[in-house]
Design a protein around this ligand. Structure first.
Ligand SMILES: [Zn+2]
Length: 125
């Protein structure tokens, strides 16, 4: 349990016209740890040779993005998350830790996707 509370799931939409055709993930146009606003273009999906843009369902920080680029996706499948609670204090990750999503408010240790507590001071995030 845990890790997804308060988060907004990024789901594969039901593209009505092409629902019977396989949908695959082409690429993320934003990276994990980046802050997005609702409606921002965050990913490109491929369906029947057509490229479909996926918009952010809410504002926050992208975390736990799927890297299943070769697999057929199911409509309604969660392929990533937006964490609104991280939005206020996100910053650009240092180059040596590109997956870091922020720093602990209390001790400034690096935080990573999925962290519920600071790995350094154990503060609840
Ligand atoms: Zn800490």
């Amino acid at each position: 349990m845990g890790g997804t509370e308060g988060r907004i799931g990024i789901v594969v939409p039901d593209f009505a016209r092409t629902a019977d055709k396989p949908i695959t993930l082409s690429r993320w146009t934003k990276k994990a740890g980046q802050r997005v606003r609702e409606g921002d273009r965050i990913a490109e999906l491929m369906c029947d040779k057509a490229e479909l843009e996926l918009a952010a369902p809410g504002a926050g920080v992208l975390v736990d993005l799927s890297t299943s680029y070769d697999r057929e996706l199911a409509v309604g499948e969660v392929i990533g998350w937006i964490d609104p609670s991280l939005e206020a204090w996100i910053w650009d990750p240092p180059p040596e830790h590109p997956t870091a999503i922020g720093r602990c408010r209390y001790c400034t240790a690096l935080l990573f996707p999925g962290d519920l507590r600071c790995r350094n001071c154990a503060a609840l995030l």
